[in-house]
Design a protein. Structure first.
Length: 293
Protein backbone atom coordinates (compact mmCIF):
# COMPACT_ATOMS: atom_id res chain seq x y z
CA UNK A 1 0.00 0.00 0.00
CA UNK A 2 2.82 2.36 0.86
CA UNK A 3 4.52 1.65 -2.45
CA UNK A 4 1.29 2.31 -4.31
CA UNK A 5 0.83 5.70 -2.61
CA UNK A 6 4.43 6.67 -3.41
CA UNK A 7 3.92 5.71 -7.06
CA UNK A 8 0.62 7.64 -7.18
CA UNK A 9 2.16 10.80 -5.72
CA UNK A 10 5.11 10.67 -8.12
CA UNK A 11 2.74 10.19 -11.04
CA UNK A 12 0.66 13.24 -10.05
CA UNK A 13 3.83 15.27 -9.57
CA UNK A 14 5.05 14.54 -13.10
CA UNK A 15 1.59 15.16 -14.54
CA UNK A 16 1.56 18.62 -12.98
CA UNK A 17 5.00 19.31 -14.39
CA UNK A 18 3.77 18.36 -17.87
CA UNK A 19 0.86 20.79 -17.63
CA UNK A 20 -2.00 18.61 -16.42
CA UNK A 21 -4.02 19.01 -13.23
CA UNK A 22 -6.42 16.60 -11.60
CA UNK A 23 -9.95 17.97 -11.56
CA UNK A 24 -13.02 15.82 -10.87
CA UNK A 25 -11.10 12.67 -11.75
CA UNK A 26 -9.99 13.97 -15.17
CA UNK A 27 -6.98 15.63 -16.66
CA UNK A 28 -7.50 19.33 -17.10
CA UNK A 29 -6.00 21.00 -20.13
CA UNK A 30 -3.78 24.02 -19.50
CA UNK A 31 -3.96 26.71 -22.23
CA UNK A 32 -0.78 26.93 -24.23
CA UNK A 33 0.16 23.32 -23.58
CA UNK A 34 0.07 20.50 -26.10
CA UNK A 35 -3.40 19.31 -27.05
CA UNK A 36 -2.36 15.81 -28.01
CA UNK A 37 -4.67 14.27 -25.36
CA UNK A 38 -7.68 16.30 -26.41
CA UNK A 39 -7.89 15.86 -30.20
CA UNK A 40 -10.27 13.16 -31.44
CA UNK A 41 -8.73 10.64 -33.74
CA UNK A 42 -9.72 10.37 -37.36
CA UNK A 43 -9.98 7.00 -39.10
CA UNK A 44 -6.49 5.88 -40.04
CA UNK A 45 -5.34 4.48 -43.34
CA UNK A 46 -3.05 5.30 -46.24
CA UNK A 47 -4.30 7.47 -49.10
CA UNK A 48 -6.13 5.60 -51.81
CA UNK A 49 -6.13 5.80 -55.59
CA UNK A 50 -9.24 7.98 -55.72
CA UNK A 51 -7.95 10.64 -53.33
CA UNK A 52 -6.40 13.80 -54.68
CA UNK A 53 -8.75 14.39 -57.61
CA UNK A 54 -8.38 17.93 -58.89
CA UNK A 55 -4.93 18.18 -57.39
CA UNK A 56 -3.54 21.69 -57.25
CA UNK A 57 0.03 20.69 -56.43
CA UNK A 58 1.93 18.08 -58.39
CA UNK A 59 5.51 17.73 -57.16
CA UNK A 60 7.21 15.19 -59.40
CA UNK A 61 9.18 12.53 -57.62
CA UNK A 62 12.35 13.17 -59.54
CA UNK A 63 11.68 16.92 -59.62
CA UNK A 64 12.68 17.38 -63.26
CA UNK A 65 14.72 14.16 -63.11
CA UNK A 66 16.57 15.26 -59.97
CA UNK A 67 15.31 15.57 -56.41
CA UNK A 68 16.29 14.88 -52.82
CA UNK A 69 14.19 12.71 -50.53
CA UNK A 70 15.02 14.93 -47.55
CA UNK A 71 13.84 18.18 -49.20
CA UNK A 72 10.68 17.18 -51.05
CA UNK A 73 8.90 15.68 -47.97
CA UNK A 74 9.66 18.82 -45.99
CA UNK A 75 7.88 20.92 -48.62
CA UNK A 76 5.01 18.46 -49.00
CA UNK A 77 4.46 18.18 -45.25
CA UNK A 78 4.02 21.96 -44.94
CA UNK A 79 0.98 22.00 -47.27
CA UNK A 80 -1.65 22.46 -44.56
CA UNK A 81 -4.39 23.89 -46.75
CA UNK A 82 -7.38 21.51 -46.40
CA UNK A 83 -8.49 22.40 -49.95
CA UNK A 84 -5.18 21.27 -51.42
CA UNK A 85 -4.74 17.71 -52.66
CA UNK A 86 -1.10 16.69 -53.11
CA UNK A 87 -0.28 13.94 -55.61
CA UNK A 88 3.35 12.92 -55.96
CA UNK A 89 4.32 10.93 -59.05
CA UNK A 90 7.50 9.19 -60.22
CA UNK A 91 8.59 8.41 -56.68
CA UNK A 92 11.03 5.83 -58.02
CA UNK A 93 13.21 8.66 -59.40
CA UNK A 94 13.74 10.40 -56.06
CA UNK A 95 17.40 10.80 -55.14
CA UNK A 96 18.78 9.97 -51.69
CA UNK A 97 22.08 11.45 -50.54
CA UNK A 98 24.88 8.97 -49.94
CA UNK A 99 26.18 6.00 -51.86
CA UNK A 100 24.17 2.85 -52.48
CA UNK A 101 26.26 0.85 -50.02
CA UNK A 102 25.73 3.41 -47.25
CA UNK A 103 21.97 3.49 -47.81
CA UNK A 104 21.79 -0.31 -47.86
CA UNK A 105 23.54 -0.39 -44.48
CA UNK A 106 21.01 2.13 -43.15
CA UNK A 107 18.17 -0.01 -44.51
CA UNK A 108 19.66 -3.10 -42.82
CA UNK A 109 19.60 -1.35 -39.45
CA UNK A 110 16.06 -0.15 -40.11
CA UNK A 111 14.99 -3.65 -41.14
CA UNK A 112 16.00 -5.02 -37.75
CA UNK A 113 13.46 -2.83 -35.95
CA UNK A 114 10.57 -5.18 -35.21
CA UNK A 115 7.97 -6.11 -32.65
CA UNK A 116 9.53 -8.26 -29.96
CA UNK A 117 6.90 -11.00 -29.85
CA UNK A 118 4.67 -10.49 -32.91
CA UNK A 119 6.23 -8.85 -35.98
CA UNK A 120 2.79 -8.63 -37.62
CA UNK A 121 2.05 -5.70 -35.33
CA UNK A 122 4.78 -3.61 -36.93
CA UNK A 123 6.79 -1.65 -37.70
CA UNK A 124 6.17 -2.31 -41.38
CA UNK A 125 9.16 -2.01 -43.70
CA UNK A 126 7.85 -0.85 -47.06
CA UNK A 127 9.86 -1.75 -50.16
CA UNK A 128 7.91 0.38 -52.61
CA UNK A 129 9.46 3.83 -53.33
CA UNK A 130 6.05 5.50 -53.03
CA UNK A 131 5.46 3.97 -49.59
CA UNK A 132 9.00 4.88 -48.53
CA UNK A 133 8.29 8.52 -49.38
CA UNK A 134 4.89 8.32 -47.69
CA UNK A 135 6.52 7.07 -44.49
CA UNK A 136 9.06 9.92 -44.56
CA UNK A 137 6.24 12.47 -44.86
CA UNK A 138 4.32 10.72 -42.10
CA UNK A 139 7.32 11.12 -39.80
CA UNK A 140 7.16 14.89 -40.35
CA UNK A 141 3.48 15.12 -39.40
CA UNK A 142 1.59 14.54 -36.13
CA UNK A 143 0.03 11.46 -37.71
CA UNK A 144 -1.54 10.29 -34.44
CA UNK A 145 -3.65 13.44 -34.22
CA UNK A 146 -6.74 14.24 -36.24
CA UNK A 147 -5.09 17.06 -38.17
CA UNK A 148 -2.08 14.91 -39.03
CA UNK A 149 -4.26 12.07 -40.30
CA UNK A 150 -6.36 14.54 -42.28
CA UNK A 151 -3.19 15.92 -43.87
CA UNK A 152 -2.01 12.41 -44.77
CA UNK A 153 -5.38 11.62 -46.31
CA UNK A 154 -4.77 14.46 -48.79
CA UNK A 155 -1.47 12.93 -49.95
CA UNK A 156 -1.13 10.30 -52.69
CA UNK A 157 2.16 8.82 -53.90
CA UNK A 158 2.70 6.74 -57.04
CA UNK A 159 5.49 5.08 -58.98
CA UNK A 160 5.41 6.34 -62.53
CA UNK A 161 2.47 8.49 -63.65
CA UNK A 162 -0.81 6.51 -63.60
CA UNK A 163 -3.61 7.02 -66.12
CA UNK A 164 -5.69 9.71 -64.35
CA UNK A 165 -2.67 11.94 -63.77
CA UNK A 166 -0.61 11.71 -66.96
CA UNK A 167 -3.00 14.11 -68.71
CA UNK A 168 -2.83 16.80 -66.02
CA UNK A 169 -0.40 19.62 -65.39
CA UNK A 170 2.57 18.86 -63.13
CA UNK A 171 4.85 21.15 -61.15
CA UNK A 172 8.18 20.64 -59.41
CA UNK A 173 9.67 21.74 -56.09
CA UNK A 174 12.71 23.92 -56.84
CA UNK A 175 13.83 23.75 -53.19
CA UNK A 176 14.41 20.00 -53.62
CA UNK A 177 16.44 19.98 -56.84
CA UNK A 178 19.58 17.92 -56.48
CA UNK A 179 21.59 20.27 -58.69
CA UNK A 180 20.80 23.12 -56.28
CA UNK A 181 21.12 21.29 -52.96
CA UNK A 182 23.88 18.73 -53.47
CA UNK A 183 27.50 19.38 -54.38
CA UNK A 184 28.51 17.91 -57.76
CA UNK A 185 31.12 15.57 -56.27
CA UNK A 186 28.76 14.08 -53.69
CA UNK A 187 27.36 10.59 -54.14
CA UNK A 188 23.64 9.90 -54.31
CA UNK A 189 21.32 6.94 -54.77
CA UNK A 190 18.20 6.75 -56.91
CA UNK A 191 15.36 5.37 -54.82
CA UNK A 192 14.31 2.72 -57.36
CA UNK A 193 17.79 1.18 -57.20
CA UNK A 194 17.70 1.00 -53.42
CA UNK A 195 14.16 -0.38 -53.43
CA UNK A 196 15.11 -3.02 -55.99
CA UNK A 197 18.09 -4.07 -53.89
CA UNK A 198 15.97 -4.53 -50.75
CA UNK A 199 13.13 -6.48 -52.33
CA UNK A 200 10.96 -4.27 -54.60
CA UNK A 201 9.85 -6.48 -57.50
CA UNK A 202 8.34 -3.99 -59.96
CA UNK A 203 11.31 -1.97 -61.21
CA UNK A 204 11.25 -3.46 -64.75
CA UNK A 205 7.46 -3.12 -64.94
CA UNK A 206 7.51 0.58 -64.00
CA UNK A 207 10.34 1.26 -66.47
CA UNK A 208 8.42 -0.44 -69.26
CA UNK A 209 5.22 1.48 -68.49
CA UNK A 210 7.11 4.76 -68.24
CA UNK A 211 8.79 4.23 -71.62
CA UNK A 212 5.39 3.53 -73.16
CA UNK A 213 3.90 6.65 -71.56
CA UNK A 214 6.79 8.84 -72.75
CA UNK A 215 6.41 7.61 -76.34
CA UNK A 216 2.68 8.35 -76.30
CA UNK A 217 3.29 11.77 -74.75
CA UNK A 218 5.93 12.58 -77.40
CA UNK A 219 3.55 11.58 -80.19
CA UNK A 220 0.78 13.70 -78.70
CA UNK A 221 3.15 16.68 -78.40
CA UNK A 222 4.28 16.41 -82.01
CA UNK A 223 0.67 16.18 -83.19
CA UNK A 224 -0.24 19.24 -81.11
CA UNK A 225 2.70 21.22 -82.51
CA UNK A 226 1.70 20.33 -86.06
CA UNK A 227 -1.89 21.40 -85.42
CA UNK A 228 -0.74 24.74 -83.99
CA UNK A 229 1.57 25.37 -86.95
CA UNK A 230 -1.21 24.52 -89.37
CA UNK A 231 -3.57 26.92 -87.61
CA UNK A 232 -0.99 29.73 -87.64
CA UNK A 233 -0.42 29.22 -91.37
CA UNK A 234 -4.16 29.25 -92.06
CA UNK A 235 -4.66 32.44 -90.06
CA UNK A 236 -1.74 34.10 -91.85
CA UNK A 237 -2.97 33.10 -95.31
CA UNK A 238 -6.59 34.16 -94.92
CA UNK A 239 -7.75 37.34 -96.67
CA UNK A 240 -9.21 39.80 -94.16
CA UNK A 241 -9.59 42.84 -96.43
CA UNK A 242 -13.39 42.79 -96.27
CA UNK A 243 -13.34 42.34 -92.48
CA UNK A 244 -10.85 45.21 -92.09
CA UNK A 245 -13.16 47.54 -93.96
CA UNK A 246 -16.01 46.69 -91.61
CA UNK A 247 -13.75 47.20 -88.59
CA UNK A 248 -12.61 50.62 -89.86
CA UNK A 249 -16.23 51.66 -90.35
CA UNK A 250 -16.91 50.54 -86.75
CA UNK A 251 -14.14 52.83 -85.42
CA UNK A 252 -11.15 50.49 -85.21
CA UNK A 253 -7.85 51.33 -86.87
CA UNK A 254 -4.99 49.16 -88.04
CA UNK A 255 -3.54 48.90 -84.55
CA UNK A 256 -5.28 46.00 -82.84
CA UNK A 257 -7.25 46.81 -79.70
CA UNK A 258 -7.26 50.61 -80.20
CA UNK A 259 -9.99 52.86 -81.48
CA UNK A 260 -9.40 54.95 -84.62
CA UNK A 261 -8.68 58.13 -82.65
CA UNK A 262 -6.26 56.37 -80.28
CA UNK A 263 -4.51 54.71 -83.22
CA UNK A 264 -4.03 58.07 -84.94
CA UNK A 265 -2.61 59.55 -81.72
CA UNK A 266 -0.20 56.65 -81.17
CA UNK A 267 0.99 56.42 -84.81
CA UNK A 268 3.68 59.21 -84.60
CA UNK A 269 5.30 57.68 -81.50
CA UNK A 270 5.37 54.24 -83.11
CA UNK A 271 6.89 55.63 -86.32
CA UNK A 272 9.59 57.48 -84.34
CA UNK A 273 10.45 54.31 -82.41
CA UNK A 274 10.73 52.33 -85.64
CA UNK A 275 13.07 54.96 -87.13
CA UNK A 276 15.25 55.07 -83.99
CA UNK A 277 15.65 51.27 -83.77
CA UNK A 278 18.10 50.89 -86.74
CA UNK A 279 20.23 53.81 -85.51
CA UNK A 280 20.49 52.29 -82.02
CA UNK A 281 21.43 48.91 -83.51
CA UNK A 282 24.24 50.52 -85.57
CA UNK A 283 25.54 52.43 -82.53
CA UNK A 284 25.53 49.28 -80.44
CA UNK A 285 27.50 47.40 -83.13
CA UNK A 286 30.16 50.15 -83.28
CA UNK A 287 30.52 50.18 -79.48
CA UNK A 288 30.92 46.40 -79.41
CA UNK A 289 33.56 46.54 -82.17
CA UNK A 290 35.70 49.27 -80.56
CA UNK A 291 35.02 48.74 -76.87
CA UNK A 292 37.32 47.64 -74.04
CA UNK A 293 36.16 44.00 -74.07
Amino acid sequence: MLLFLIWKSRRLFFLRRRGFKRAAGQRKHVPGHSDRHRCPRAPAGPPGINRGEGAALWPEGRLRCEGLSCRAPAVVSTCHDPRLQVVLVRCEEICVTGSLLRNKVKWTHYRRKRHLTNPKKGPYHFRSPARMFYRVVRGMLPHKLARGQAALSRLSCFEGIPAPWDKKERVVVPEALRVLRLAPQRKFTVLKTLAHEVGWKHKELIERLENKRKLEAQAFHEKKKAAKAQRRAAVKAVDLSEVNEVLEEAGFGEIEGLSKADAAAAAPAIAAAEEAAPAEAEAGGEAAAGGDY
